[in-house]
Unconditional design. Structure first.
Length: 54
């Protein structure tokens, strides 16, 4: 019940951003391959930041 006021940690924010970028890349893969590749690259950059936090 009190978890609603809990702020997300930096790791949780990056993980959510990573998942969002991968989902966008997947949906774009059928229509625009170049944009899909760009979103995948951005997701990999976020993953590198996540690994540096660990």
């Amino acid at each position: 019940m009190f978890g609603i006021f809990k702020k997300k940690t930096e790791k949780e924010k990056l993980q959510a951003q990573y998942e969002k970028l991968l989902k966008e890349a997947h949906s774009l893969s059928t229509t625009n391959r170049k944009l899909s590749d760009q979103k995948t690259f951005e997701a990999e950059e976020v993953m590198k930041k996540l690994e540096n936090l660990k």
